[in-house]
Every structure is written in C-alpha cells, then in structure tokens.
Design a protein around this ligand. Structure first.
Ligand code: NAP
Length: 442
C-alpha cells in the first residue's frame, strides 16, 4: 500500500495524537515539509470539533472537513482511529517508534462553575450538550430533559449562542443537517420557550461575535431581548446589544433569548433535578488586566429546569504527557512541550491547537498555530536520535486493538453521505464504533 511504503521511504516520522482541526492542520504542514505522518484518534471517526463541536446548522464551517479529507488521503499519511493513547498505546511506545510526537488533543472537557448543586440532574456542560446533538459516540445517550419552559445558560461566548439557537430553533429547520437523529427527536418534543444567557460582566465584555447574535435574531419565531442593563462606556458591542428590546414580564408570545448582565450563578437549586439557579448581582471594577466582576451581596433566584454551563472548554490529562490542571493545557514554549510550567523541554514532544494555547479562537486559528509548531519541529530535526523500535506500529497495534484505517474511514464517510442523500440530510452520522464495524462488514 502506498501509505506503508511512504513510511519506509521517508525518514522523518511523526506521530500526531488527535485528528481534530489542530492535528489535521499540523499533518498538512508536516506533509508539506516531507514528513511521514501517522495520526492516532480515540474516536472511530476523525476530525474532532469539526464533526462533534461545530453546530449542525453551521454546515458551511463543517465544510472544512473537505480540506482535512484531502490531507488524510495523502499517501504519506496513515490514520489509526479507535486508538486511545494512554490506554491502547503508551506515549513512550510512540516515542520509541517515531522521531517526534505531536500532541493535538484539543480541550475535550468543560470548565466547572465550582458551585453547590452543579452535579444535579439536568445541570450539564455545553461541551456534553454539543457532543450530544452532534452524535458523539460517548454522548448519544446523554440527552437532557427538555420538559421545561426555561433554560439558563451560564456564559456569553459563541458556544452559549450555539446552544441557545439549537434549543430554540424549529426542529424542522435542523432536519436537513447532520444533527444526531435521536437528538432531533428529543428537540421535536421540547417544551423550551426561553433561554436566559447569564454574563458575569457587562455588554462590553460579552465574548460572543455579533454575527452569531444577528443570526439568532433573524430566526423566525425567536425574539432576542436583554435585561435592560446599560453600560456607561459605549462600545460597538454595547451599542449593538442596546438595539434589542428589554424583556417584558408578560407571558411569552414568542420563544425568546434574554441576555442578562452582571450576574454570577452561586448555587444550582433543586433536590434531584435542577429547579432553578441562585444568582448574585455584580458590579464591575477596573483592574489591571481587565474589568472584574465583584459581587454586591444582592441575590435572587431564576426558575429553570435545565442549566447549561458554557464557561469554556478544558483539556484532559493523558498518561505520559505533561499537563497543567490550572490552565487545562500542556506546558510548552511556543509548541515545544515542557515537563512542567516553565520547566525543561521534553525532547521530541510537541503540542499544537487548544492543548497548546487554551480553548480560544476559531477552527482556522489552528492553522497558523500548527505552522508555528511544525516549523520548530523541523528546526529540531538535527537533534533526533535513532529510533529505538524500528518495527511498524501496525504490528504493535494489530495485536491489541481493532483500529480503523483511512481506507475504512473513506468507506464510512461515503456511506454516511449516501445515506444522508437518501434521507435528505447533509449526512447520516454513524453513532458508535460497533455501528461503524457493522457498516464496514456489510
Ligand atoms: P469563551 O468565548 O471563552 O466564552 C466563555 C464565556 O464564559 C465568557 O462569557 C466568560 O465570561 C464566561 N465565564 C467563564 N467563566 C465563568 C464563570 N466562572 N462564571 C460565569 N461566567 C464565566 O468560550 P466558548 O464560548 O466556549 O468558545 C470557545 C472558543 O470557540 C471561542 O474562541 C469561540 O469563539 C469559539 N467558537 C466559535 C464558534 C463560531 O464561530 N460560530 C462557535 C463556538 C465556539 P468572562 O468574559 O467574564 O470570563
């Protein structure tokens, strides 16, 4: 096979851990510079956030997948999916088999609020919710209960806006996307009429992009309004937000999204399941780096049946890879992994994407981030010693794991697209490794 022969003809061998945008942009840059690349992915399907993070009604952004497919089909790249590094293969084994190891794990987990009641039923992270509606194999059964009129989303970034939009928009409008069919079914029976977005700071500090809110406001049957908070300092964002009406206290005529400012959640209320959230009014105080939210001691309660925390993603530790719990990232100097924050360089180990710089930026931001790391990897090539283990990783893997290759993925991808075509959707997602095997064996 061409991919195998390239492994022996090219003498710069790199293992990339993770096939999301960070890993795929890095693979592209490595291939251009002449490396042979093996990409390892924990899930059966590649492409991480593009498949499981981008909202299903943002199909234009999901088209980045076509770019990644081209990279994937380069003869000098091999793909091993359903392989978890740290469980199926140890990082040390990769370091024995490859000249360099590139960590592109992203930030697959969510930050916590660290308040009482956070673990009640129907208190969920946006990360889990987004994975659920995107058909992530580990979250297919993680449906929240939508038997409530009001949802509170903590945080005011683009993820919070995505969640509000998917919870409120007409399910019929989602039917032609690649949303998970079971999530769509749950949304069809949803009673949600109102989503309250809670920002701990003011309109000027809101993290979303205006175009995301414009999209929300343009949807039929959804009204966007605010709590009427006005900023003393006028910026484009506060002027934009003041163009929306103040939410009325009268019964809801339409579904609506309400932006609440200067409020921090202090406790999720309920006995077994969420019944509300206790919030504290904040005031804003100028501090050296940024405006800080400071509690005023004035509390109130908001009734709701679902609480979503959309306060940012967080990395996860993998055995053998240095990790800083406070930042949720891999300690590094511009992409060279360090054994701890401000520590020594771990020779031959690199990092890119959210695992390197934290969970900010758009899909495309990973391209320049990857180029920076890959340039360092190339400049370090003269430090690479002989491989400690010359055998192909396939032999080691084959004995342990039923991994899938890129040829398998190409077949699964074609099946998803043709099934989607038959059903009138963008793609019909395969929801588990077992289902993927069944499709391959058919
Ligand atoms: P984000 O942009 O960092 O927003 C996080 C929000 O959570 C902020 O409003 C933040 O407020 C708030 N927050 C953090 N800690 C909090 C706490 N303890 N209590 C209350 N609020 C808290 O993160 P994100 O929305 O998860 O997005 C991640 C990245 O993906 C972003 O770069 C985003 O642009 C990108 N993304 C893009 C799209 C798109 O293009 N359509 C869609 C989704 C995601 P403070 O500012 O006060 O900290």
């Amino acid at each position: 096979m061409p991919s195998d022969s390239s492994q022996t003809t090219r003498n710069w061998r790199v293992a990339v851990i993770g096939s999301g945008p960070a890993g795929m942009y890095a693979a592209e840059a490595l291939l251009k510079r002449g490396a042979a690349v093996d990409v390892f992915e924990k899930e059966f399907a590649p492409f991480g956030l593009v498949r499981y993070g981008v909202a299903p009604d943002h199909q234009k952004i999901k088209r980045t997948q076509a770019v990644f497919e081209r990279t994937l089909n380069d003869p000098a790249l091999r793909l091993f999916t359903s392989v978890e590094i740290g469980r199926d293969l140890h990082v040390e084994q990769l370091r024995d088999h490859y000249d360099q190891v590139l960590v592109a794990l992203g930030c697959p987990s969510a930050r916590d609020l660290e308040i009482p009641g956070e673990r009640l039923e129907n208190s969920v992270s946006a990360t889990d919710l987004v994975n659920w509606y995107n058909g992530h194999p580990r979250f297919v059964t993680a449906a929240p209960s939508l038997r409530t009129q009001r949802v509170v989303v903590v945080g005011m970034g683009n993820v919070a806006i995505d969640v509000a939009r998917i919870l409120l928009r007409e399910p019929a409008d989602l039917a032609s996307t690649d949303i998970s069919s079971s999530a769509l079914d749950t949304l069809r029976h949803s009673q949600v009429r109102e989503v309250i977005l809670l920002a701990r700071r003011g309109p000027n500090q809101a993290a979303f992009e205006e175009k995301e809110v414009r999209e929300l406001a343009a949807l039929p049957g959804i009204v966007v309004c605010t709590d009427g908070y006005t900023s003393r300092r006028k910026t484009p964002k506060s002027i934009f937000l003041s163009s929306f009406p103040r939410a009325s206290a009268t019964p809801l005529e339409h579904k609506r999204v309400v932006f609440h400012f200067c409020m921090s959640p202090k406790e999720v209320l309920g006995t077994t399941s969420v019944q509300g959230v206790r919030v504290e009014r904040n005031t804003l105080v100028e501090s050296a780096a940024r405006m800080k939210a400071v509690g005023t001691g004035k509390f109130s309660e908001i009734e709701c049946g679902l609480l979503v925390r959309a306060v940012g993603y967080h990395g996860v530790a993998v055995p053998g890879i240095p990790f800083c719990d406070a930042t949720g990232t891999v300690p590094n100097a511009e992409g060279r992994v360090l054994d701890r924050q401000d520590g020594e360089v771990v020779r031959g180990m690199y990092v890119t994407g959210w695992a390197k710089r934290g969970p900010t930026g758009l899909i495309g931001t990973n391209k320049s981030c990857a180029q920076e790391t890959v340039a360092l990897m190339e400049s370090d090539l003269d430090q690479v010693g002989p491989l400690r283990d010359e055998q192909d990783i396939k032999q080691l893997l084959g004995e342990k794991v039923r991994y899938l290759s890129k040829e398998d993925w190409n077949q699964l991808n074609a099946w998803e697209l043709s099934e989607g075509k038959r059903l009138g959707t963008a793609r019909r997602k395969i929801l588990s490794h077992a289902e993927a095997l069944a499709v391959l064996d058919h």
